[in-house]
Design a binder for this molecule. Structure first.
Ligand code: CA
Ligand code: CA
Ligand code: CA
Ligand code: CA
Length: 382
């Protein structure tokens, strides 16, 4: 509400054509443009290079826009004096505020977006400020570019045309209308764990964002939460019980709050969409007694059946020391053999070089399975 009050105050001040005396307007070709009625008329698309011409300067531009998505980008280089709010404020032909991006002061760039659904004349106001009084700094330049900026994620108002996210990342989008909803989908493997959160980046919206998560074809969200204000975030962890699509939706909150729209937000996704399952590696079967440096066969099984990979598992050997502790000694690679339609056999011929107590376990990993260990089998070498 504060921003709206400030804007209204200036609409009142400059609606009567107040000019600040004692300042030169010569350097800014768009001056005097301190009110809607004296707005500089520009045509779309446009690249305006103007100035904050004096303390308390406000600049109005009048532009005719057809239906479509527009971006109003204001930028400024650093200056010790810049207390001005660069943020372009968009007003309709009656002077009603219709959009305002995140605030930026002093330096940098900020963007206001607006989706025109009714072609007509609009006003762009630059120089609204929240500070008590900017210092005098005549001639501080800024740039205002007005161009088209379709939201590449739209239309995404249903699950059928949800934006597909292939991997973790930070995705920037917009609540494009008062009742906009943005669906995203992720294909997750069983066991995948991802974290999603959405963050309102500020702007005209006085509300927050609502985040929902739907598993597969579920119509009832498995998660639903909202944040209440700009610059707040809301999020959750998704654990995929089954392989398939999970849907995430973002929409303005409260829904149909007219001040809550055309605001940028980010949807941040972390975690791996695809998690490799682990094969089941059965314990190796070794003779309980072996003679030193004599060859013996050690074997076991892996489920599911593997048809590729010459060496299926690695056998790790541990020798018990004088303290009764098993210490890793060496390993060999065991070959793959056919066994059944559901299991593959692994087998290696091994001779152990020292007498004593040994133990052995198998380790398996491949392109389809994450690494996993078997349990131990124990051998006495004489
Ligand atoms: Ca100016
Ligand atoms: Ca002005
Ligand atoms: Ca949207
Ligand atoms: Ca949408």
């Amino acid at each position: 509400m504060y921003r709206t009050r400030v804007v209204l105050a200036f609409l009142f001040l400059f609606a009567v054509g107040v000019l600040v005396p004692g300042y030169s307007y010569a350097a800014d070709p768009y001056e005097p443009n301190n009110s809607m009625s004296s707005a500089a008329i520009v045509t779309y698309p446009t690249d305006i290079q103007a100035e904050f011409s004096h303390a308390w300067d406000t600049d109005y531009y009048k532009i005719h826009l057809e239906s479509g998505c527009y971006r109003f980008t204001a930028s400024q280089e650093d200056s010790p004096y810049q207390l001005y709010n660069l943020t372009p404020v968009i007003l309709d032909s009656a002077g009603v505020l219709v959009s305002c991006g995140p605030s930026v002061y002093r330096e940098g760039s900020t963007e206001t977006r607006y989706t025109v659904t009714q072609a007509g004349d609009y006003y762009v106001q630059i120089g609204e400020y929240d500070e008590p009084a900017p210092v005098e700094d005549p001639g501080t330049p800024y740039r205002l570019v007005i161009d088209a900026a379709p939201d590449t994620f739209e239309p995404n108002n249903t699950r059928a045309n949800a934006t597909s996210l292939a991997q973790a990342g930070v995705y920037t989008s917009y609540t494009s209308t008062p009742n906009d909803i943005d669906y995203y989908k992720m294909y997750l493997s069983e066991g995948a764990i991802v974290h999603v959160f959405t963050e309102h980046l500020g702007g005209m919206g006085m509300g927050g964002l609502k985040l929902q998560v739907f598993g597969g074809v579920d119509t009832v969200p498995s998660y639903e939460e909202h944040c209440d204000a700009p610059n707040e975030a809301v999020g959750t962890v998704i654990r995929a019980d089954v392989e398939g699509y999970v849907y995430v939706s973002v929409q303005p909150w409260p829904i149909n709050e007219t001040e809550g729209w055309e605001s940028p937000y980010t949807l941040t996704v972390t975690g791996d969409f695809s998690v490799l399952p682990k094969a089941v590696v059965y314990n190796p079967i070794a003779p309980s007694t072996m003679y030193r440096s004599h060859p013996y066969t050690i074997y076991g099984y892996v489920v599911p059946k593997h048809t590729s990979g010459y060496y299926l598992v690695q056998l790790n050997f541990y020798l018990r020391n004088s303290h009764g502790v098993y210490v890793y000694h060496s390993h060999v690679h065991a070959r793959r053999y056919y066994y059944s339609t559901t299991k593959t056999k692994y087998k290696a011929t091994v001779s152990l070089p020292h007498t004593g107590k040994w133990r052995v376990r198998a380790y398996h990993s491949c392109s389809k399975h994450a690494g996993s260990y078997s349990g131990y089998d124990y051998i006495t070498v004489k």
